[in-house]
Design a protein around this ligand. Structure first.
Ligand code: SF4
Length: 429
């Protein structure tokens, strides 16, 4: 069942734009999931010891494996311009590629320090590609905290790949956005069952499987934070299939339906393929809805998943959204979700953290979705919180994960209810 489109959605809701201090991770964070996805790629951060520590602590699980990321550390003499950082970088890359013949794609990832000293990584990537092609392709993008929030690292990475994709005139579907392999396989199985056979993914698991692009391929985004990649694909002539993002039973159904319509799949086939997994998803969501129903939620801007998730929580889990903050509002990408989100919440773009903290304290929502840095102080003030970053690290897309997605939001509310029940017992002892 798909709920009706609200009479007044948030399409025309005035957006509260804030341009103050932000409290988010930088774009290097994306390497943590991208290096798992792209099995013959290597991410070389050109940065400081701080960047190296961020990656090592966040992705510490990789310590026993052959790593697929590293940091070329800019020392003080590099930052002071006392040595030629480009020459040192060339030496570092030569050493890496000699030691690791398995690497087929190398990303030079810019950071705050490399941006500050204006190290030209694009020129470096062109020079290294000329030297190491065709075995290795070298690309560059920025993960600097000056320029990016944490999901923009993936966007910048994928956008850097689009100009070098081969050209094709074949009619293909591109799925764009890094998903865990098991989730991607579920999507591919659903699309195959609908009769859509020619489907490629960006990013691909291996360089050899990268899609081609041109005027006939169409693409569907699986992640809402891919504004630059969307623009780069449009520049290459590909057509975007606009749809709500595939979160929850309804979101997944509408996302699949938009693709099915594009490929002329009949209603009967669509219903036959989606009925069973959709019913499973609705049942799984219902288990968490018992906790979420009637509760209010407030989103700080963090992952750019906020608008589709607010649509999911309000339409499928019975919650009320008080404020939906997003770091950037890409209207082209968000229009289908905004139309479905019933008017009422404040829609805010960007951040002025002190002003937003004042709003959340005044609103006192049942659940606040925010970054790690804000969660502990807000918990101490008696607000239940959900870490936004968990929503990016956990498989949450499509039918089979819909129950887990709802459960992620229900968990902090259940924990808080348990603690509140325990408090009087402890007082009585
Ligand atoms: S890129 Fe900038 S914000 Fe990110 S870890 Fe490095 S110094 Fe910190």
């Amino acid at each position: 069942m798909i709920a009706a489109i609200p009479a007044t959605g948030c399409t025309d809701t005035p957006v509260l734009k804030e341009r103050g201090q932000r409290e988010v991770f930088c774009g290097l964070t994306g390497i943590i999931w991208l290096h798992r996805k792209m099995q013959d790629a290597f991410f070389l951060v050109v940065g400081s010891r701080t960047c190296a520590h961020l990656l090592q602590s966040a992705a510490g699980v990789m310590i026993f494996a052959e790593p697929r990321f590293g940091t070329a550390i800019l020392e003080e003499k590099d930052l002071a311009g006392l040595v030629d950082a480009q020459t040192e970088l060339d030496r570092e890359v030569d050493r890496l590629l000699t030691r690791r013949p398995d690497i087929r794609q190398l990303f030079l990832v810019g950071s705050c320090p490399s941006e500050v000293i204006k190290l030209d990584l694009h020129r470096a990537a062109e020079r290294m590609t000329a030297k190491h092609a065709p075995h290795v392709r070298v690309l560059n993008y920025s993960g600097s905290g000056i320029e990016t929030t944490f999901t923009q690292g993936e966007d910048a990475c994928l956008a850097s790949m689009v100009p070098v994709l081969h050209a094709t005139s074949a009619r293909e579907l591109l799925l764009v956005g890094a998903l865990p392999d098991v989730v991607e396989d579920q999507a591919l199985a659903l699309l195959r069952a609908l009769g859509i056979q020619s489907v490629r993914c960006l990013p691909a698991r291996r360089d050899a499987d990268l899609p081609s692009v041109g005027p006939n391929p169409v693409f569907a985004l699986t992640q809402p934070f891919l504004g630059d990649t969307h623009a780069a694909l449009i520049r290459r002539g590909a057509q975007h299939i606009a749809a709500p993002f595939p979160f929850g039973a309804e979101g997944t159904t509408l996302w699949l339906r938009a693709i099915a319509t594009e490929f002329g799949v009949s209603e009967a086939v669509f219903d036959a393929v989606t009925a069973a997994p959709r019913a499973r998803a609705i049942r799984a969501i219902a288990a968490a809805t018992r906790t979420l129903q009637g509760k209010s939620v407030f989103f700080f801007p963090d992952s750019q998943l906020e608008i589709p998730l607010a649509r999911f929580l309000t339409r499928e889990c019975g919650m009320t959204a008080l404020e939906v903050g997003t770091p950037f509002l890409h209207r082209d990408l968000m229009a289908p979700d905004l139309a479905l989100l019933a008017a009422g919440p404040v829609i805010s773009e960007g951040q002025d953290v002190d002003l937003q903290l004042a709003r959340v304290r005044a609103a006192r929502p049942d659940l606040t979705v925010c970054g790690l840095g804000l969660a502990n102080p807000l918990e101490a003030e008696g607000l239940a919180t959900k870490w936004a970053i968990e929503l990016v690290f956990t498989p949450v897309h499509f039918y089979e994960q819909a129950g887990d997605l709802a459960a992620l939001f229900a968990k902090p509310l259940r924990r808080r209810a348990l603690l509140q029940n325990l408090a009087p017992m402890e007082a009585a002892e």
